[in-house]
Design a protein around this ligand. Structure first.
Ligand SMILES: Nc1ncnc2c1ncn2[C@@H]1O[C@H](COP(=O)(O)OP(=O)(O)O)[C@@H](O)[C@H]1O
Ligand SMILES: [Mg+2]
Length: 167
C-alpha cells in the first residue's frame, strides 16, 4: 500500500545559488534585497577578501536610498545608516581573531534593535556570540566572476529567496 504524500516533510525552499559573472550581477543581487528586507532581519556574508561582501551591502543600502559614501567598517567594526525610521547596521568582524573580544565591545546589543537590519561580514569571527541569521550568503571566486549561495533560516529569509528565484 502506498502512503499519501506528507507535504510537511518535503524539503523547504531554503537554498539558492547562482553564478555572478561580473560586479553588475553582484550589485543587482544586492539591489533585489532592498525589496524584501524588513526591520529586525539579520544578513550574514561569508567569503574571502574581495569576494564581494561589501559590494552586496553597498547595493542593498543604495537600493534602500542611502546616498552617501558606503565604506567598509573594518576598523570601526560597525557603521550605522538611518533611512527614515530604519536603522541599518553594517558590521565587519574581519579583525576579530578571538571571538571572546566581542563581549567587551557591546556591539551584540545592536542585534537586539528590533527596528534594525544587521548585515555582517565575517560573522564566523564572532564565534557563537551572534544569533542565527535570516539569510546567510557565501561568496566565492569562480573564474573572473563569483559564485553565491544563499541559505534562508526564517520565513522572512525564504521570502527573499523566492524573490531571487523569480528574478
Ligand atoms: N560577480 C563579480 N565578478 C567579478 N568581480 C566582482 C564581482 N562582484 C564584485 N566584484 C569585485 O570584487 C571586489 C569585491 O570587493 P568587496 O565587495 O570589497 O569584497 P569583500 O567585502 O568581500 O572583501 C570589488 O572590486 C568588486 O568590484
Ligand atoms: Mg568587505
Amino acid at each position: 500500500m502506498t502512503h499519501p504524500a506528507n507535504h510537511s516533510q518535503l524539503p523547504r525552499e531554503t537554498h539558492w545559488a547562482t553564478h555572478l559573472p561580473d560586479e553588475a550581477a553582484t550589485l543587482r543581487l544586492g539591489g533585489l534585497l532592498a525589496d524584501c528586507v524588513a526591520p529586525g532581519m539579520r544578513i550574514y556574508l561569508r567569503g574571502g577578501l574581495g569576494s564581494g561582501k561589501t559590494t552586496l551591502v553597498r547595493a542593498l543600502l543604495r537600493g534602500l536610498g542611502v546616498q552617501g559614501a558606503v565604506k567598509s567598517p573594518s576598523y570601526a567594526l560597525v557603521e550605522l545608516y538611518v533611512v527614515s525610521s530604519l536603522h541599518l547596521y553594517h558590521f565587519d568582524f574581519y579583525r576579530f581573531l578571538d571571538p571572546s573580544e566581542l563581549g567587551d565591545t557591546g556591539v551584540v546589543d545592536y542585534f537586539r534593535d528590533d527596528d534594525g537590519i544587521c548585515m555582517v561580514e565575517w560573522p564566523e569571527r564572532a564565534g557563537n556570540a551572534l544569533p542565527q541569521p535570516d539569510l546567510d550568503f557565501t561568496l566565492a571566486y569562480a573564474g573572473t566572476g563569483r559564485e553565491v549561495s544563499v541559505t534562508a533560516h526564517t520565513t522572512a529569509g525564504e521570502r527573499c529567496l523566492a524573490k531571487y528565484r523569480s528574478a
